[in-house]
Design a protein around this ligand. Structure first.
Ligand SMILES: Nc1ncnc2c1ncn2[C@@H]1O[C@H](COP(=O)(O)OP(=O)(O)OP(=O)(O)O)[C@@H](O)[C@H]1O
Length: 611
C-alpha cells in the first residue's frame, strides 16, 4: 500500500484541490480518484455532508434483510471491537450499498462519531458522504484506508478509517467491514486486521454447505487447509459455481470464472479422491482436500451436519434417551442453552435414537430467514402464490418433515403471526399452503430450541403463551461449558474426538482452557482445538502458547500480571507484526518467514490466535 501523504503535504494537497482547483501532488491514487469523483458530483468539502438516516421501519427491514450477514459477522465485530476499544475506536458493518447495519466499540468515541453519523441506518457510500474508507472500498472492491484529512468533507477529518468489502461465495459484494477511530489516536495497522476479519467472515459463509455440490479446499501449504487462508472452490458437477477470493487468486482467476470454468479447465489431473497434491493449469503446486458432497437440500434452512461426532456425558446421554421417548410419544420437547452449547447436536442425536431415525430430520432456523420468506418455506405455496414463487409451487418444510422430525431452532425469534399459524398446525395436524390451497394432513414430531428465556418472552408478550405451553412441557437445559464441574473431561473428550496425528494436549494448555469462560461454548472450544491442530505439527505436545489470546490471557492472569494490549513492548511487537502481514498482502506464511518467527507464533501474537 502507498504511504499516505504527511500531514503538511496533505494540507497542501487539500488547499490545491479544494481551494485552487489545481491537481494535488503526493496524494495516494485511490484517494485522488475518490476526490475527483466527489468533485464531479458537485460536493463542497467545506460544507456539511448531507446525512439522511433511514427511518425506523426501513432500518428494521434493513436488519431483517441482512440478518444472516449480521449474524455471520458478529464474532469478528466483537473481536475487532475489543481491539478498537483500546484505542478508542469503533467497528462498523455495512450492507453492499454502504448502509451501516451494526456498530460496536468505544462508547465515548461512538458518541462523537454519531456526531458525524457513524450509526446504523446512515449511508457511507461515497455518493452520500464523500471520500471515506467504506465508500472507497465498495467502489475499488478492495481494502482501503482513509486517514484524517484524506476524507473529502472537512467534518470527517477527525476520523481515520480502514474498510474492506465482503464478497459472498457467488461473488456478490454483500457488505463492508470497517474500523474507525479518531485521527489523533495512535495509528494501528488497521487494514491488516480488517482484511483478516473479512477472510474469516467469507470463510464462514461456506459452513452451511452447498446442496448437491462438491466443495474443494486448496492451499500450497497443507497446514493452512481448514483455516480462513485456504482457497475454497465449489463445483456443481464439473462446473465451478462458487469460490472465495483466496481460491480464485491461487488459480489466478477472477469472479468471471464462476459458471464459466470446469474442474478440468483448472487442474492438470483427473479428480483425486480425498486429499492430495495437484498441479493447477496456472502452474501452482497445491494441496487439495475434497469435502464429501452435501445432500441436495436447501442450504440456508437445512444445514449440512458438518459437525464432528458428538461427545455426550452420562447425564446428557440419559437425557437423550428420555427425550427420544417423549418424541416417540408425540410430546414436543424444548432444548434450552446458550449459543454453541450443542442444541442442534442434541436434537439430531434425539432423532437418531427415536423410532423415526430412518425418516427425515428437517432443521429450520427461525432466526435466519425474514418473516415473508419463512412463512412460504414452512407452509409451502401454491403455483403463482406470490411474485417470485416457483412455477410449480412448493411443498414447504413442514410437509417435507412428514413422517419424520421437524427441528425449529431459535423458536424464540419466530414472529407472532407465524406463531399463531404454527399453533394451528400443532393442534390440527394439517398444513394450509400460502395462496389458498387445500389443507394437507401431516405427521411430524417436533423439537424446538432457543437460547432465549422463552418464559420471559411470554411475559413481555413477544411469545404466545398457548404455543409456549404446547412446546415447553418438557425442557432440556444444556448447561454452559463454564458451569460444568467436569469441564476438563469435556475438553479432553472433545480433543480425543478430533483427528490428532499423534499430537497431545499439554497440561498448561488444558489448565488455561479449564479456567476460561467459553462464551461460545462447545462451538468455540471445538474451533480452538481445531486451530491448535492446524497450527502445530503431528506428534507435537501443544502448549498454552498456541491458544488464542482471550484464552491465553486467562492463563497469564493466573501466573503473572496481565500484559495490556494498549501499550508497552507487546503492543509494539504486535503492530510490527501486523504491519509485516500488511506488507505481505495478508500472506501470513510470507510474513512469518520475513519476521523469522513460526506461523503459529505470528497467529498467536499478532492475530489473537484465531485461525
Ligand atoms: N456434545 C458435543 N460434542 C461435540 N461437539 C459439540 C457438542 N456440542 C456442540 N459441539 C460443537 O459445537 C458446534 C455447535 O453445536 P450446535 O450447533 O449443536 O449448537 P447450538 O446450541 O445449536 O448453537 P446455536 O445456539 O448457535 O444454534 C458443533 O458444530 C460442534 O462443533
Amino acid at each position: 500500500m502507498e504511504p499516505s501523504a504527511p500531514r503538511t503535504d496533505l494540507m497542501r494537497a487539500r488547499h490545491d484541490f479544494f481551494d485552487r482547483g489545481a491537481e494535488p501532488t503526493g496524494l495516494r491514487s485511490a484517494i485522488l480518484r475518490s476526490w475527483r469523483r466527489c468533485a464531479e458530483r458537485g460536493f463542497d468539502a467545506h460544507s456539511d455532508p448531507r446525512i439522511e438516516p433511514v427511518g425506523s421501519t426501513a432500518l428494521r427491514e434493513l436488519h431483517e434483510r441482512n440478518e444472516r450477514l449480521i449474524r455471520l459477522c458478529r464474532p469478528q465485530i466483537e473481536t475487532l471491537a475489543r481491539e478498537a476499544r483500546d484505542v478508542g475506536g469503533l467497528v462498523i458493518l455495512t450492507d453492499g450499498a454502504g448502509l451501516v447495519l451494526d456498530a460496536l466499540g468505544d462508547a465515548e468515541f461512538a458518541g462523537k462519531a454519531a456526531g458525524v453519523a457513524l450509526k446504523p441506518g446512515v449511508k457511507w457510500a461515497e455518493a452520500s458522504t464523500g471520500t471515506n474508507a467504506i465508500g472507497a472500498a465498495l467502489v475499488e472492491r478492495r481494502a482501503v484506508e482513509v486517514r484524517g484529512a484524506e476524507h473529502f468533507f472537512d467534518a470527517h477529518r477527525i476520523l481515520t478509517c480502514a474498510a474492506a468489502p465482503i464478497f459472498d461465495p457467488r461473488g456478490a459484494m454483500v457488505g463492508a467491514l470497517d474500523i474507525s477511530g479518531a485521527s489523533a489516536a495512535p495509528h494501528r495497522p488497521a487494514v491488516a486486521m480488517i482484511r483478516l476479519g473479512v477472510d474469516q467472515i467469507e470463510h464462514r459463509m461456506f459452513d452451511d454447505g452447498f446442496a448437491g455440490c462438491e466443495v474443494v479446499r486448496l492451499h500450497a501449504d497443507p497446514a493452512l487447509l481448514g483455516t480462513p487462508q485456504e482457497g475454497v472452490l465449489v463445483f456443481d458437477g464439473a462446473r465451478l459455481v462458487a469460490a472465495n477470493r483466496h481460491g480464485l487468486s491461487l488459480l489466478k482467476l477472477d469472479w468471471n470464472a464462476l459458471g464459466a470454468r470446469s474442474f478440468g479447465d483448472l487442474f492438470d489431473a483427473g479428480r483425486i479422491a480425498g486429499e492430495g497434491r495437484i498441479l493447477s493449469r496456472s502452474g501452482a503446486a497445491l494441496h487439495l482436500r475434497r469435502d464429501p458432497p452435501a445432500p441436495a437440500a436447501r442450504p440456508a434452512i437445512v444445514p449440512k451436519p458438518s459437525a464432528p461426532e458428538p461427545i455426550f456425558d452420562a447425564a446428557t446421554r440419559s437425557n437423550l434417551v428420555r427425550a427420544a421417548r417423549l418424541v416417540d410419544g408425540d410430546v414436543p420437547i424444548l432444548i434450552q442453552g446458550e449459543t454453541g452449547s450443542g442444541k442442534e447436536m442434541f436434537a439430531r442425536a434425539v432423532h437418531g435414537l427415536s423410532a423415526r431415525s430412518q425418516k427425515p430430520f428437517v432443521a429450520v432456523n427461525c432466526a435466519a430467514l425474514p418473516e415473508g420468506l419463512i412463512e412460504a418455506e414452512l407452509f409451502g405455496y401454491e403455483h403463482g402464490a406470490f411474485t417470485g414463487a416457483r412455477r410449480a409451487g412448493s411443498k414447504g418444510l413442514l410437509r417435507e418433515a412428514d413422517g419424520g422430525v421437524l427441528f425449529l431452532d431459535e423458536i424464540g425469534d419466530m414472529p407472532l403471526l407465524l406463531q399463531a399459524r404454527l399453533l394451528r398446525v400443532v393442534q390440527d395436524r394439517e398444513v394450509t399452503p400460502l395462496g389458498g390451497g387445500k389443507p394437507a394432513p401431516i405427521d411430524i414430531r417436533l423439537i424446538c430450541a432457543t437460547h432465549r428465556d422463552l418464559a420471559g418472552l411470554v411475559g413481555s408478550e413477544t411469545f404466545r403463551p398457548d404455543l409456549y405451553f404446547r412446546l415447553a412441557q418438557f425442557t432440556f437445559a444444556l448447561p454452559p461449558l463454564r458451569t460444568l464441574a467436569n469441564r476438563r473431561d469435556v475438553i479432553q473428550a472433545l480433543w480425543r474426538g478430533l483427528p490428532r496425528d499423534g499430537r497431545t494436549l499439554g497440561a498448561d494448555a488444558l489448565d488455561a482452557m479449564a479456567a476460561y469462560d467459553w462464551p461460545g461454548n462447545h462451538r468455540e472450544l471445538a474451533g480452538v482445538l481445531k486451530a491448535m491442530i492446524a497450527l502445530s505439527e503431528p506428534g507435537e505436545t501443544l502448549s498454552a502458547d498456541l491458544l488464542p489470546s482471550p484464552v491465553m490471557r486467562n492463563a497469564r492472569m493466573s501466573e503473572a500480571p496481565p500484559i495490556e494490549n494498549g501499550g508497552g513492548l507487546e503492543a509494539f511487537a504486535r503492530e510490527a507484526m501486523l504491519a509485516t502481514i500488511e506488507a505481505c498482502h495478508g500472506n501470513v506464511a510470507a510474513a512469518a518467514r520475513k519476521l523469522g518467527v513460526s506461523r503459529s507464533t505470528l497467529y498467536r501474537r499478532a492475530l489473537g490466535g484465531r485461525g
